[in-house]
Write a protein that binds this ligand. Structure first.
Ligand SMILES: N[C@@H](CCC(=O)N[C@@H](CS)C(=O)NCC(=O)O)C(=O)O
Length: 211
């Protein structure tokens, strides 16, 4: 039974899952809920999360929250595609992976999503961006990226020298920041630039609902 992803056009969380589905070579069917007039097609999927998308149904298993979904895919489909999480017995590698995952959720996403929402999502809906919010978000992100620059000077990826989910999680909002006219992903320093150019040009980052 093919995995089904319920998502929407221009939804970064949907794109995050699509990146991982591609990396793991998992065939899937995308149900675009825009086209369904945002009518929730599976009543039992909406109890806890309201009408929030994205969610997946994999052989009857319903799961919400893009990062939880990506984690599930990387574990359930461990034997195929790109390995995206460290082995469970590597305790320190797992701890560094958790650190990188939380770094994206707590230090990158809050600023990048605010800036990307102002300059790209709002414009795509015909609304005017608030330049002050955009600039403040970019300034906040810029201060957080100083640590990225030094971490990525010591290692190839955020959790070590292997690509993980933590790196891929940055692709959707990083892409929209660039599209929104910000050079923040390539102006902080050579290490972030090298890392961002590498992850954002992977085949998995193309062909999502953002493209
Ligand atoms: N934390 C969620 C965020 C998902 C999200 O923001 N979904 C938006 C569309 S991109 C949505 O469903 N908004 C409508 C609602 O919350 O009812 C995730 O990462 O999956």
């Amino acid at each position: 039974m093919t995995l089904t992803l319920y998502g929407a056009y221009m939804c970064p969380s949907t794109a995050r899952i699509q990146v991982v589905l591609h990396e793991k070579s998992i065939p899937y069917k995308l149900v675009n809920t825009d086209e369904e007039s945002f009518r929730h097609p599976i009543p039992e999927a909406s109890s806890l999360f309201g009408n929030c998308i994205p969610f997946i149904i994999d052989k009857g298993f319903i799961l919400h929250e893009s990062r939880a979904i990506c984690r599930y895919l990387a574990t359930q489909y461990a034997d195929q595609g790109t390995k995206l999480i460290p082995d469970v017995y590597s305790i320190k590698c797992c701890a560094l992976f958790e650190q990188a995952v939380l770094c994206e959720a707590l230090n990158f996403d809050p600023y990048a999503s605010k800036a990307g929402y102002e300059n790209v999502i709002k414009r795509s809906k015909g609304l005017l961006p608030d330049e002050a919010i955009f600039e403040a978000s970019i300034a906040g992100l810029s201060s957080k990226l100083d640590a990225y620059e030094s971490i990525l000077g010591e290692q190839r990826y955020l959790a070590g020298n292997a690509l993980t989910l933590a790196d891929l999680y940055h692709i959707p909002w990083g892409t929209l920041l660039t599209r929104g006219g910000s050079d923040i992903m390539t102006r902080k320093g050579p290490n972030i630039t090298r890392w961002w150019n590498e992850i954002s040009t992977r085949d998995s980052s193309k062909g999502t609902v953002l493209n």
